[in-house]
Write a protein that binds this ligand. Sequence first.
Ligand code: MN
Length: 498
Amino acid sequence: MTDLKEFEIWLVTGSQHLYGEETLKNVGSHAEEISKSLNNSEEVPVLVVYKSVVTTPDQISKVCADANVSPVCIGVVVWMHTFSPAKMWIKGLQILTKPLAHLHTQYNAGIPWSEIDMDFMNENQSAHGGREFGFMTSRLRKNRKVIVGHWKDGQVRKQLGNWARVAAGWHVLQSTKVARIGDNMREVAVTEGDKVEAQMRFGFSVNGYGLGDLVNYVDQTSDEEVNRLVQEYADQYEMEKVVRDSPSLQDAARIELGLRALLTGGEFGAFTDTFENLHGLRQLPGLAVQRLMAEGYGFGAEGDWKTAALLRAAKVMDSGLEGGTSFMEDYTYHFTNGRSQVLGSHMLEICPSIASGKPKCEVHPLGIGGKEDPARLVFDVDSGPAINVSLVDMGNRFRLLVNEVEAVAPEHALPKLPVARVLWDPQPDLQVAAQTWILAGGAHHTVFSKAIDTSFMEDLTDMAGVELVVIDRETVTRSFRDQLRSNEVYYHLFQNQM
Ligand code: MN
């Protein structure tokens, strides 16, 4: 759904006039060479655009202002090839609204021991130039990513590329419209929150739509379109003949066509529904939601607009990566004497991007909501590292909570469980993971991803200026609780500066 090559990051190189024309010319050609090389590297998925070397406050402010208004520039990467006195950067950094990365690299990898002279020293000053810039950025209390290492190093490129992926997700989030169809599941707390504050903080907007708006679209679909889509299902998924011929599958196709028309017509990037409010639909949208997620739409069940928006951003970030990302819910525990596990699933709505092999399309009763039997894709998930992420509204701020987990390939068949599911072993273990997750107020709904890791969420919270709390193999409950308490104070002070 998202082509990351639509987006640009700008490489802006800082210097000053003291070095003379010859050095500045070299600085410029080095920066251009680095831009081109990063642009052609497979780790960086967006376009890298070379911008002329800046040596004055006006040039710096100008390039920052240009970045702000460019519809395709998603972030600015700054590099100090030489020393660039950083009072020149104050104005530019103050007005810059796009994400900022500081690439702390130098043109040459090693020191040319037998050749090095004072001309070389004048031209290659990243080691101290980057520190001058770093002071000013910190003095301005400006969030940014700092990436250290040689620009040809794969790890450096990967960090920059992943940061660019997050910047793309952040950029898309600024204009993401979330359709909240049928409002919230009654009495549920964690899926609620301050939509005005969310829009101020993250950019996305959430607006409510009645079921009638969706039903209108569903009713307008033709039998021909429905038959064509049912055939597509039969081609893409494993399916028994009784499912292929069932009226339920026809209804599911009609719902998909209607939902797709509503989302396209309103230019929505994410949506929610709730099983308690399905007036005019014959079944809970299952298959439709799964397929739309696989195309890059964000989704949250039971009115969960925060998870829907977060999933949309994650879908932009993981474009082209292996592993997949899905809406998820901690469903059932497997307590054992060894490492206990969690079975994650939902009533229906798990994204097939995380599926191991070809999903099966099945129709079964739902047992909740009082509607007809819905169609859904059923599959397992391969083993491998993954994250669960929850966006929580704490009342005075948003908190992004991450738990690093290890997906575990199923050791047992689940012949009577007709939903997509994934088993995972949370870090550091289930006891501490669930304890700290609950202390942090994390939701039961999450974004589950095998494609992106915690560093993506670190960059995202930096861009948004919101709290990040991570539960990983190092987590100890007592210090985790202390961290939550210190954050309460920090974010209280920090928010007042915004
Ligand atoms: Mn749920």
